[in-house]
Design a protein around this ligand. Structure first.
Ligand SMILES: *Cc1c(COP(=O)(O)O)cnc(C)c1O
Length: 483
């Protein structure tokens, strides 16, 4: 038997397949940017997909390229101009090269010695984002694995800061809670429950017609909680919400938190990057008053998943979250060492995530984020105009971002039929695969939802989408409905 380890680590094998892979991906990028007949999503049901890969798994092993090709062909194509689904970015290609380097080096983690470069450039990336937010040198933070984990970590920091003595050592005797819009991402609810706060620990503030948090109700909800002996320690603002792309009034929340000495956390997973756009910065006004802030770089910052910045206005707050002895990693937990990132993150080992963003900034500066955010948010407005101009279409609301929700409402259809029609159309689009869009419920109505993530999508593809929906909807009327 040949020595598998020698084969697997053979530099020339790596060189050969590496070149082939890059060639394949460059051709792929080229195709996604042209007018291609390539489907956005090659749809298979979960059972079909499983069968496909079980058969693949049972076939003989040889060259790696056929596998890479199959993966490419069977995956959803985020770089496709007709990809308009969830908020996942088409990463700038250089960041994928950085990912390759990161994977092979496998540096970067809890302690400086294991990730000298990684921890250092992560700090530089973080400071750059803090500066864009409008913060000074007192601010800081780190990168972590996704908005969900970052929000939890921020709220753990809030809990430590606002009930400092007991909670880490003895657990909390008090009932603690946070307040957040009912429209917030579900991970905030999950974080409160992970911390053991239960139903009472997550106070949902109703949203108005535009799906913004009713900040005028904060006082009333706070007093209600107090009367029940529940101690509210934080308010979470959404910048923006996931389903509709609406920004909460961050100034109003900041005022309220200041007045009541509460921790102000901003979930800017999607829309925090607006700080980089002079044109759209106004949407995040007040964000700079937050104690902590989450921005997903894998959403509006052109970086592959998972790369999330968790930032603190006062960096010292970030060191108190986890007070723990780990003698084999670092000798003094209390010391605020920026270069031992694991003191502050939930992760111990983690990817060299800073490298991806660092490469992007190094080549293109902050300007590329400005150009991207501004273009996509502009496109959201253009799309909304197109929808409003067409007969039989309804816009859920004027979009503030690149998230646009709408539905097709042919005349004389009842609410129930409109929902059934739109849900059915969305399923047809999915199975057909030319476009990829999703759906959501807003104000208890079903809407089609697009997030215009692709930097090459234009009015042409948007127009084609609307036409395609009308075409598909026409077949539903004739085959499924007897009106
Ligand atoms: C996407 C999103 C999250 C979750 O982030 P992940 O990186 O997917 O874990 C949290 N909050 C908001 C507002 C989001 O849009």
């Amino acid at each position: 038997m040949s020595n598998l380890l020698h084969t697997a680590f053979d530099p020339e094998n790596f060189r050969k397949s590496g070149h082939q892979l890059i060639d394949m991906l460059a051709d792929y990028l080229h195709e996604t940017q042209s007018d291609t007949s390539l489907k956005t999503i090659p749809w298979k049901s979960p059972d079909e997909q499983l069968k496909y890969w079980q058969e693949d798994d049972a076939t003989a092993k040889g060259d790696i390229m056929p596998l890479f090709k199959e993966v490419l062909e069977n995956s959803i194509h985020i770089h496709h101009k007709k990809y308009m689904g969830h908020q996942v970015v088409a990463p700038a290609p250089v960041t994928a090269l950085a990912s390759l380097l990161s994977s092979l080096l496998n540096n970067g983690g809890a302690v400086y010695e294991m990730g000298a470069v990684s921890n250092t450039i992560e700090r530089i990336v973080v400071q750059r984002i803090c500066k864009a937010v409008g913060w000074d040198e007192q601010a800081g933070g780190f990168l972590t694995s996704g908005g969900t984990l970052a929000n939890l970590t921020a709220l753990l920091a809030a809990r430590r800061a606002k009930s400092p003595e007991d909670v880490w050592i003895k657990g909390s005797g008090k009932k603690l809670a946070l307040m957040v819009s009912e429209e917030a991402h579900y991970c905030v609810d999950r974080a409160a429950r992970v911390m053991g706060w239960g139903d009472e620990g997550i106070i949902k503030i109703p949203a108005d017609d535009k799906l913004k948090m009713r900040t005028d109700l904060l006082e009333e909800y706070l007093q209600k909680a107090k009367a029940q002996d529940i101690e509210v320690i934080a308010v979470v603002g959404s910048a923006c919400t996931t389903s509709s792309g609406t920004y909460d009034d961050l100034e109003a929340i900041a005022d309220f938190c200041q007045q009541h000495s509460l921790w102000f956390h901003v979930d800017g997973a999607h829309g925090g990057a607006a700080a980089f756009s002079p044109k759209y910065r106004h949407l995040v006004k007040g964000m700079e008053r937050a104690n902590s802030l989450v921005i997903d770089l894998h959403k509006m910052m052109l970086t592959p998943a998972l790369t999330t910045a968790l930032l603190f206005k006062n960096e010292s707050d970030s060191y108190r979250t986890f007070a723990q002895q780990a003698q084999y990693l670092w000798s003094d937990q209390e010391e605020q060492e920026w270069y031992n990132m694991g003191k502050r993150t939930m992760e111990c080992t983690k990817l060299m995530m800073g490298l991806k963003a660092y490469s992007l900034f190094k080549l293109y500066g902050n300007e590329i984020i400005d150009q991207y955010v501004t273009r996509q948010y502009d496109l959201g407005k253009t799309f909304a105009q197109m929808i409003k101009k067409r007969k039989d279409w309804e816009l859920a609301m004027e979009p503030e971002t690149n998230i646009v929700c709408f539905r097709y409402c042919p005349e004389n259809l009842e609410e129930e039929a409109i929902e059934a029609l739109n849900a059915w159309v969305r399923q047809q689009l999915l199975e057909d695969g030319a476009f990829y869009i999703v759906q959501t419920r807003l104000k208890n109505k079903l809407y089609l939802r697009t997030t215009l993530m692709n930097p090459f999508t234009t009015e042409k593809e948007l127009n084609a989408l609307l036409e395609r929906i009308e075409e598909v909807a026409a077949t539903w009327k004739s085959t499924t409905l007897n009106y």
